[in-house]
Structures are given as C-alpha cells and as structure tokens.
Design a protein around this ligand. Structure first.
Ligand SMILES: [Zn+2]
Length: 123
C-alpha cells in the first residue's frame, strides 16, 4: 500500500522540529549549573509538555486534513476562465472523492470555500 503524505502536515512537522532546538539551547544555558545530562532531561521534559499539544494539532486538526486537488490549465466551472484550478476533495465532513471533478479558479475557489464554511463544512 502506498502511503499518502500530507505535505502541509509534513511541512509543519519539520518546522516544529526546528522549534525544539531553541528550547533545548535556552534550557541548557539557564540550567548551566546542572550537569549536561540533567539539563537535557529537563529540556526534553519542557519540550514534551509543549510539543505533545503541537503534534496533536498537526496530526488531528481537520483544517490540516483537508485534501485539495490542483490542476494546471483547467476551465473554472463558475466563470469559465482557463487557469490553475482548485478542487476541494475531502475534509472531515465533506467528501467529493467519488464525484465528477469540478475545478474553480483561485478567485471562484475562495468564494466557494467561504460558502462551504457558512454551510458548516470544516475547511
Ligand atoms: Zn472562476
């Protein structure tokens, strides 16, 4: 089975790893009087307390789980313009994965997204 990578999640996860570096560095400076091992244990504890919640958001937020399909040079189904087209495929409470694809230009896609939000779709 092929694993599908959600690049928004992956990107945020890589940024989140970078944020652990300053926490480690600052803790090691503040706790310089402790041994390096003890200070590292405290730094990892602080990191764990923070990043448990950050990771939980990254991997479970419905906002990040939204799947979009993007195609070049397609006709917008609303205004007819040929451009890059966007199509919302699936979110936690919306599924058009088995419907015939309808793409919208960036402008019309933003309007449609707003309408979906007003209708209670998480996107
Ligand atoms: Zn359009």
């Amino acid at each position: 089975m092929r694993t599908k990578i959600n690049f928004r999640q992956y990107g945020l996860y890589l940024i989140r790893w970078q944020l652990s570096t300053p926490i480690l560095a600052v803790t090691l400076i503040v706790l310089a009087s402790l041994s390096k091992i003890s200070a590292t244990i405290v730094a990892n504890l602080i990191g764990g307390l923070i990043f448990f919640w950050v990771d939980k958001f990254i991997f479970t937020s419905p906002l990040l789980l939204a799947q979009w399909q993007v195609e070049e040079n397609v006709q917008c189904c609303d205004c007819g313009k040929i451009s890059r087209g966007y199509r919302l495929v699936k979110t936690s409470n919306y599924d058009r994965s088995k419907s015939p694809p309808k793409f919208r230009c960036e402008h019309c896609s933003q309007i449609k997204t707003q309408q979906l939000r007003q209708a209670g779709i998480t996107v």
